[in-house]
Design a protein. Structure first.
Length: 90
């Protein structure tokens, strides 16, 4: 099991990988397509599962929000490391 101290001692990358922003934008585009496809469905009833864990079963709307916020976190990290402003409207 990893402790908080072990996590704090890991070196941070000096630069993000070159394709990080493209991956974030591609994930957001895919999420947008899925949201449009699911327009007629009740998002509270659509449950997502993970092949890695059985316990987190967010509904479709919550899962979309989690993906969006995770991508925004990546974009904020790019901004911090490179001083390159990343548009939040992308």
């Amino acid at each position: 099991m990893t402790t908080q101290t072990q996590l704090q001692s890991l070196p941070l990358a000096a630069q993000p990988r070159p394709d990080t922003l493209a991956a974030v934008l591609a994930t957001h585009a895919k999420l947008r397509r899925l949201l449009h496809q699911a327009e007629g469905s009740c998002w509270r009833r659509l449950k997502l599962t993970s092949p890695y864990a059985w316990f987190p079963r967010p509904n479709f709307g919550d899962a979309g929000l989690l993906i969006l916020r995770h991508g925004e976190r990546h974009a904020a990290r790019i901004e911090r490391l490179t001083s390159f402003p990343v548009s939040k409207s992308a």
